[in-house]
Design a protein. Structure first.
Length: 201
């Protein structure tokens, strides 16, 4: 791709480093940015600079934060005895958007994935054990994707914490709302039957 300006080429190359963005989309974003007021472009540049230089990780749960302790951990009205263990901050956002959870979180920073060289030592499992050692946490909710990596991570943590006086639960898995039984895979359908709940009319 030939560019009329080295500055445009640099911007296109920068945008195209984002996942899912090719050169053509990067060029569209660059040209869109050029059509905006200079103040808007500078505002975007400031936001990216602040993100790169000022972002922190909560010292308690490892979620991305603006301060040493994130807003969720600092909120004393949340259930301090319940901790939801997730792979990354996207899971925190997804669960928070439901409005159905009022406990705390622990972000592992990924899942056990041997094929990619990610083992338990690369995750925040040791700090999870330290949190549990205080005795404040009564229930651990494991909220991982229904994948081999998610199941492996849940199994490892379950075995690691065996014998502790703490309840370990996982999120329910089953048929989605509006889903047709004939299109559900066997594993999902099987789990839906195993984890059935009482019918309420």
């Amino acid at each position: 791709m030939n560019f009329p300006s080295r500055l445009i080429e640099e911007a296109v190359n920068a945008f195209s480093r984002f996942p899912g963005i090719g050169k053509k989309t990067a060029l569209r974003l660059t040209l869109h940015l050029l059509r905006q007021q200079q103040a808007e472009a500078l505002e975007l540049a400031r936001a990216v600079t602040n993100l790169a230089t000022n972002v922190q990780y909560c010292r308690t749960c490892h979620n991305i934060s603006d301060a040493p302790v994130c807003q969720i951990c600092a909120n004393k009205s949340r259930n301090q005895a319940l901790v939801c263990v997730v792979a990354d901050m996207r899971d925190v956002i997804a669960i928070e958007n439901t409005g159905q959870y009022n406990g705390l979180y622990h972000v592992l920073g990924g899942l056990i994935t041997p094929m990619e060289g990610i083992g338990p030592d690369q995750l925040k499992i040791a700090s999870l054990e330290e949190r549990l050692a205080t005795g404040e946490v009564r229930e651990l909710l494991l909220a991982f994707s229904a994948t081999m990596e998610g199941d492996t991570t849940a199994f490892y943590i379950g075995r690691k914490l065996q014998g502790r006086d703490i309840r370990i639960s996982t999120i329910a898995r089953g048929i989605s709302i509006g889903g047709e039984l004939e299109y559900a895979d066997e594993i999902t359908l099987g789990r839906s039957i195993q984890q059935r709940i009482p019918f309420q009319s």
